[in-house]
Write a protein that binds this ligand. Structure first.
Ligand code: HEC
Length: 125
């Protein structure tokens, strides 16, 4: 017979692989977030502007570059580059990063959802 403690120890070791892995950014989950909260105003197809500009190729682009979209002066003059860090701050609270923006979205407070969403935006090339 094996000692009880050893049996329990083995049991715990076998359960370990079921623990969630360190969470990686997940573009597939981010696409769902996009459809839940952004798609009402934004399309991801190149050149297709809605209430907001197309978000095709947004990551790495400068503010206010989509042709044919009428940006607010605030967004146009923001002179920011939409890298992951800037997007993270902006999507937390758009008006804190671009005061006067006409993007009437309060912000996505869940950091995991933001990371997933930004991973998804990075696939729009
Ligand atoms: C209620 C409509 C609305 C929602 C919801 C919305 N946006 Fe916007 N978004 C806009 C508008 C309008 C602008 C243009 C703002 C301006 O010109 O001041 C904009 C601008 C942006 C910009 C800047 C684009 C550029 O070319 O400079 C990004 C990035 C952006 N939105 C991402 C998102 C993401 C990601 C979501 C989902 C979390 C989202 N938006 C939700 C309406 C919206």
């Amino acid at each position: 017979m094996l000692p009880r403690s050893l049996v329990f120890g083995l049991g715990a070791a076998l359960l370990l692989p079921l623990a969630p892995p360190a969470r990686a950014q997940d573009a597939v989950a981010g696409q769902k977030v996009f459809h839940q909260v952004c798609a009402i105003c934004h399309d991801v197809a190149q050149g297709r502007n809605r209430i907001g500009p197309s978000l095709f190729d947004i990551v790495g682009r400068k503010t206010g570059q989509v042709a044919g979209f009428h940006y607010s002066a605030a967004n146009k003059k923001a002179e920011l580059t939409w890298d992951a860090a800037t997007l993270d701050k902006y999507l937390t609270n758009p008006r804190a990063v671009v005061p006067g923006t006409t993007m009437t979205y309060a912000g996505l407070k869940d950091a995991h959802k933001r990371a997933d969403l930004i991973a998804y935006l990075g696939t729009l090339k």
